[in-house]
Design a protein around this ligand. Structure first.
Ligand code: 9D3
Length: 255
């Protein structure tokens, strides 16, 4: 069973994953184990200070290394007691390597992760050198702290764990394991505000439906995320479907 221990000054934020949806169910069914640790609980002073001004000056505050180290060590000790020999310590950080489907799949093999979510301007670099194995960023935009990124990482990993979905097929069929974007989805009614559902989806012809969906997925990936196709040779069938879709689009434009 995968273990997540999160070090954060906002433990309640993680109710977003522990109290809702697929992640809640996986937690209740023992698919993973979760615990949040607050570095403030490892501080003696009455103000429970976890940050201080940066040496060298400048705006903002920096997280003190001492409380973070004690907190990380307690989380690591708990994982060891539960049988995780060498828990990996991850820091969520704008300076980290980009979190991708492939990183998620790699991390999902780990028996235990300790996630450190920072606040303020950052974390004292000496703490990173002493305790952090890997730094992860979720993308090139600024969030207000490491908590939401940590939840993104947990959510993406939990979905990959065995037995965490209603439909075990969907994780392996998910967009990024296939390397393609999804096809368009439709539900009732057949006509909504003058727009009809594509006829093929009502035909009951399963082979034709599968072909149409594959074609849509290829055409949308080509149009919206050409980077996903760049270093990839399409199977003959896929290349034909994509050509067909592009030809159909051209015809539409001419009309
Ligand atoms: C505006 C402050 N920035 C000064 C150049 C530095 C900064 C510090 C702390 C920026 C963001 C944060 C809080 N965010 C994270 O810790 C974080 C994050 C992110 O902001 N974007 C993408 N992935 C991540 S993982 C952790």
């Amino acid at each position: 069973m995968m273990r997540f221990d999160v070090v954060t000054i906002f433990p309640e934020m993680f109710e977003a994953v522990t109290r809702h949806g697929i992640t809640r169910r996986a937690l209740e069914e023992g698919g993973f184990d979760f615990r949040a640790w607050n570095p403030r609980d490892f501080v003696g002073d009455p103000h429970r200070t976890v940050d201080d001004r940066p040496y060298g000056g400048g705006p903002g505050m920096v997280m003190l290394p001492g409380p973070l180290e004690d907190c990380i060590d307690a989380a690591v000790a708990r994982q060891r007691a539960a049988g995780v020999e060498r828990p990996q310590v991850l820091l969520l950080s704008p300076q980290g390597e980009r979190f991708t489907d492939s990183v998620a799949r790699e991390l999902a093999k780990s028996p235990g992760l300790v996630l450190l979510a920072g606040r303020y301007e950052g974390v004292d670099e000496r703490l990173i050198e002493r305790r952090v194995d890997r730094e992860i960023s979720i993308g090139d935009y600024v969030t207000s702290g490491g908590e939401l990124p940590a939840m993104v990482v947990i959510d993406a990993i939990v979905r990959l764990l065995p037995g965490s979905l209603n439909d075990a097929g969907s994780a392996s069929q998910d967009s990024f394991s296939e390397g393609l974007l999804d096809w368009p989805h439709y539900t009732r009614p057949e006509e909504w505000k003058g727009e009809r559902v594509p006829e093929v989806l009502l035909s009951g012809n399963h082979a034709a439906i599968a072909r149409w969906r594959r074609k849509q997925a290829l055409a949308r990936t080509y149009a919206r995320r050409p980077d996903l196709l760049k270093d990839r040779t399409l199977a003959k069938e896929d290349a034909k479907l994509l050509e067909e879709a592009l030809r159909e689009q051209q015809m539409q434009e001419q009309q």
